[in-house]
Design a protein around this ligand. Structure first.
Ligand code: PMP
Length: 445
């Protein structure tokens, strides 16, 4: 398998030849929060795949729901005026639970195409309002919004732009709240005030009448699990409301219990105009993402003037098997997984906080079942681990050897997003195995 993978399967994010040299790690099976590799070694999956297997592995009821749907009706296009029962019911169930009046759901295949779909919905909204000149988009530095062209341009990670002509000239950024190195971190009000000022200045610089939408993750995931101070999201929302700018919350990572509630916006006391989700929507058992549109936004797009997103659709949008999976996953969340995730999230945060004294740990942050450790060589100076000394792959490999799957970011950050079904043993194992990796790294940098 390793040899076949080297010759045939493309892994761009792992740098082609680097990936070939290291070789693929093949997983054979999984249960709960544990995965088993090809040699039969069991590891704790501290990252739920790619922050997505929120319900955990081996959930029989999901397998049954998918199997039943595969037998009954494996495909019905949502492209034209056709549909299927699971997709319609899932849309209704989601609308009932989504913040405020986010009652309209458009299904995609994952997060990137959900974000790209919002770009179209935003543009058509402004056409319908008779203001097509509102075509400028703002997002946040260190944010991640996908790999497709539109989402990658809103993303603020340079590797997603290089050589690809991104970001587009209509895509702008403001700074991240990134509290760890923010000199005002001790004063959340000052952090919020600085961001409000920057967003106001950015909108004024572009011209408020030109700004279409603002995109933000409630907690920045791929940027290194950056948690804003309480009230930051609401303050950004207020600036957008003041200038009539649409507010789009990207809950692809934070949705479905990852931070505690079903959606992180529930904790922020805000209702976005649009919201994107994926990952935990189907917990990785089938590909699916979604865009939520508020009733007000939907009605404008549907009834207003100008072109509309009628030239937009995916063959696998509203896929019945993914939808059947999504319905069962939702039932599991409400049948106890959200509660367990909240309890285990508190245990994870407390356990990782216990590692804060370690000489290599500069910062411990997160919320619920979403967390990060930032590794530094000098705690006072907050000096990042030099990439050439500690490439992320080496740290990842060390964790793997210790029996833990985590995300090792190239910035020297360990990311955690365990399944919500994790047991106390799983969580304690994640913390203890992390301690082993830190000790090894201190001994042999
Ligand atoms: N938005 C956010 C916030 C994400 O974290 C991701 C994926 N990590 C995406 C969008 C893109 O989702 P996908 O990989 O499913 O296309």
């Amino acid at each position: 398998l390793v040899d076949l993978d080297r010759r045939h399967l493309v892994h761009p994010v792992s740098s082609y030849r680097g990936h070939e040299a290291r070789g693929v790690r093949v997983l054979r099976s999984a249960h709960g929060a544990r995965v088993v590799d090809a040699e039969g070694r069991e590891l704790i999956d501290g990252f739920a795949g790619l922050w997505c297997v929120n319900a955990g592995y081996g959930q029989d009821s999901i397998v049954e729901a998918a199997t039943e749907q595969l037998r009954k009706l494996p495909y019905a296009t949502g492209y034209f005026d056709l549909g299927s029962e699971p997709a319609i019911r899932l849309a209704a169930e989601l609308a009932e639970r989504a913040p405020g009046d986010l009652n309209r759901v458009y299904f995609t295949l994952g997060g990137s195409d959900a974000v790209d779909s919002t770009i179209r919905f935003v543009r058509y909204y402004w056409h319908a309002k008779g203001a097509p000149e509102r075509d400028q988009f703002i997002s946040v530095a260190q944010g991640y919004h996908g790999s497709t062209a539109g989402g990658a341009g809103l993303t603020a990670l340079p590797a997603f732009h290089e050589g690809f002509g991104l970001p587009y000239d209509w895509q702008h950024k403001i700074s991240s709240h990134d509290l760890y190195r923010n000199p005002n971190a001790h004063d959340p009000e000052a952090v919020i005030a600085a961001s409000v000022e920057e967003l106001e200045a950015k909108i004024a610089g572009i011209g408020a009448e030109r700004v279409a939408a603002f995109y933000v993750e409630p907690i920045q995931g791929s940027g290194g699990v950056l948690v804003p101070p309480a009230g930051w999201i609401k303050a950004m929302r207020d600036v957008c409301t003041k200038h009539g700018v649409l507010f789009v919350a990207d809950e692809v990572i934070t949705g479905f219990g990852r931070t505690g509630p079903l959606f992180a916006c529930d904790d922020e006391g805000i209702v976005p105009d649009m919201m994107t989700v994926a990952k935990g929507l189907t917990s990785g058992y089938a590909p699916m993402g979604a865009v939520f549109l508020s009733d007000g936004v939907y009605d404008v797009i549907a009834d207003g003037a100008g072109p509309k997103a009628v030239g937009h659709g995916f063959t696998y949008s509203a896929h019945p098997v993914s939808a059947a999976v999504g319905r069962e996953v939702l039932a599991l969340y409400e049948g106890g997984l959200l509660d367990n995730g909240r309890a285990m999230g508190a245990r994870l945060q407390a356990g990782l906080k216990d590692l804060a004294d370690h000489p290599l740990v500069g910062d411990v942050r997160g919320r619920g079942m979403l967390a990060a450790l930032e590794l530094v060589t000098d705690k006072a100076a907050k000096t990042p681990l030099p990439a050439e000394v500690q490439p992320a792959t080496r740290l990842f490999d060390r964790a793997w050897e210790a029996g833990l799957v985590l995300r090792a970011f190239p910035t020297g950050v360990f990311g955690y997003a365990p399944p919500l079904c994790s047991t106390a043993d799983d969580i304690d194992g994640i913390v203890e195995r992390t301690r082993t990796v830190l000790d090894l790294t201190l001994e042999d940098p």
